[in-house]
Design a protein around this ligand. Sequence first.
Ligand SMILES: Cc1cc2nc3c(=O)[nH]c(=O)nc-3n(C[C@H](O)[C@H](O)[C@H](O)COP(=O)(O)O)c2cc1C
Length: 417
Amino acid sequence: MDTRALRDALGCFATGITVITSVDSQGKPVGVTVNSFNSVSLDPPLILFSLAHDADTLPVVQAHGRFAVNVLSKAQEALSNRFATPELDRWGDQPFAMQGGVPVLPQTLATLVCAVEHVVPGGDHQIIIGRVESLRWDPVGEPLLYHRGQYRGLATTEHEARLEAFSQELYEAIQTCQNVAPLTERWPQITLKDAYHISLGILARRQAAGERLVGKKVGVTGHAIQKMLKVGQPDFGFLTDVMQTGAQMKISGVLSQARAEAELAFILKDRLMGPGVTPQDVLDATEAVAVCFEVVDSRVANWKIKIEDTVADNASSGLFVLGPQRAAPDAMDWSACKVEVTMNGQPLSSGTGADSSPGSPEACVAWLANTLGAYGMALEPGEVILSGALVPLQSVVAGDRMTATIDGLGSVSVEFV
Ligand SMILES: Cc1cc2nc3c(=O)[nH]c(=O)nc-3n(C[C@H](O)[C@H](O)[C@H](O)COP(=O)(O)O)c2cc1C
């Protein structure tokens, strides 16, 4: 068999590109570019790749017995070259995190942490079959492809270009405290799925700029707002570290149309991923509950939103502050708890946990875990989950002061500056 012809024929088969990472006996990271990766079995969860007999990484993976498959995104061509070049110091300035005893590369499309299950001889290669132990994936990023010996990307459709443009526009509007025209007026065919895609695009930009995901919020939980937006369920957005403030909250120059709402925050100790998450599962996975203010803000001018506008705009989230007290998840019946809000010393509003749809604050968090599950995302330990407004939204400006109190839980005060 002419090996050149065989290579050329096999090169017609387009693949993605991975970097297989592991650690050697001295604890040093190793990594190698591999496109022979493929799925084998769903149950048990098995994958495979093949490594040349003379690849330095082969004995390392075999000895350590564990490795990670890092699936490269379209922006990671340089990583593919780096981990395929023998003479390079592949890890010199390369950031990585340790997960399950192996190094994982940041900003990849997916990570699969695996244990070596079998090593099978395959001619001048060895086929390594791994059992997947943990994984994560990015539901929106695009892959780096390899075809006929060249790097390729997916062709971008007009639809995808439009999603990217809206993510960029809204991200810039958040950074510059500007408003935009409703997306639904400019793109009447926009679907809820498109809107979530745009929101994820904003999150990806925030993370690329160094912001850290610290939690998620459920929005549109009140019956009145659901009726106004003509939906029968809540929506969700993402919380990053820069969105959490102390009792003094700077809104001028940060939020353009701030509205404050009191709600319950669930601080998680265990991972929750749908489908099948129940309100009781939420309580079981919760470390503590706190009262909080979420200050929402719409980047859409005059809050002229339809459901797709607010979903695309990260569920209109702005900033949030947690009260100092914490309650155990079973400290009270959260649907019966009553919140009282004062503004500038005067009583303003009150509400109960039963004012949220679907049913109770913990049911809203369960809805979120189940909905995010379909996007490949989980609620992670340590995350703060805002479960939805318990009182009507109140416009606020610098100089206002608000307090929300829940009997038996405590209070949260905020001064807007
Ligand atoms: C796109 C691409 C895909 C590759 N796929 C594989 C592969 O599946 N198996 C393999 O053994 N080498 C593959 N290589 C080559 C290795 O990355 C390369 O030989 C590397 O230097 C081996 O490193 P090591 O000796 O440190 O293990 C690939 C290279 C590129 C650029």
